[in-house]
Design a protein around this ligand. Sequence first.
Ligand SMILES: Cc1cc2nc3c(=O)[nH]c(=O)nc-3n(C[C@H](O)[C@H](O)[C@H](O)COP(=O)(O)O)c2cc1C
Length: 291
Amino acid sequence: MIDFEQKGFLNIHTLLTKDDTNLSNNDNKHLYSQMMLGNTPSPMFSYLLNLNKQNLNDFKSIMFYNESNLASLINESKEAEEVLDNHTIYLPEKQKKIKTAFSKVLEQRHCTRQFVYERMNLKEFSTILNFAFGIGNRKLTYDNYVATTRYHSSGGGLYPIDIYLYIKNVSDVSEGMYRYQPYSHTLYPLDIENINSSSFFVGESIDTDNMNFCVFFEYSLNKNFVKYGELSLLNTLVELGGISHNFDLVCQSLHFTSCPIAGFNKSTIEKLLYLDGINDHIVFTNICGKE
Ligand SMILES: Cc1cc2nc3c(=O)[nH]c(=O)nc-3n(C[C@H](O)[C@H](O)[C@H](O)COP(=O)(O)O)c2cc1C
């Protein structure tokens, strides 16, 4: 149990109640007190208390990965995971030149949830995907291995996030669900029928009818747990923030707007994508359209 009064946790926003019997009140202010008193468990709070905890076996695995250059070896063969057949859609290799000044992009970035119905052309779409999720030109050499890099950083260079897209209104691409394949800069159609895009997000505020597309960020636990153990989730969520923010900035630079969305229907989307929800999770979403 935490002695929060002695830890100086009290401030004007904190309502404390010490009524130990009041465990099922749906008010987060009451719940907060019970959580602090140790009366009610919270997975999030336990995680926070143990944040950055590393076990001896984590250190062993981290050292093993670092000394053996395993990430570069995995990186070299990752390309082989991509499906290239007559269904694969190759996106334009040549990207649209981004002319907006970086400071202007930062100043103008904002979230949009309602859009006008306007088609995004394939070159704009390809440019957004390339700079947000794609492979950069910079290479890293470790001993005999040459590792590719991306436009965002990644814990241990393991890139545990994969990108799924629901495309609504992009030229030359039919509406539907796709997997983005960064090495070949391609889309692979998932051929999933009867998708109701209004079921993706919680509530009515997100305009899936007029969006150009939305993004589902998928985390596969095995991609970094074997190196980082208990540190994996923290690394992944921080990395995801970087990816999602790059996405926001590239959209803005091309005069589209976006909105990172935590209020998504996790199991609905995972079921659609045939993800098991055990090793493979949808951990975040984003949406892009014309304001
Ligand atoms: C981690 C995260 C989760 C978010 N989740 C939602 C969401 O579920 N629904 C929503 O409408 N906006 C969501 N947003 C957008 C925020 O509401 C928005 O960024 C905030 O109001 C600030 O506005 P601005 O981005 O236009 O500056 C989220 C933003 C972040 C960074």
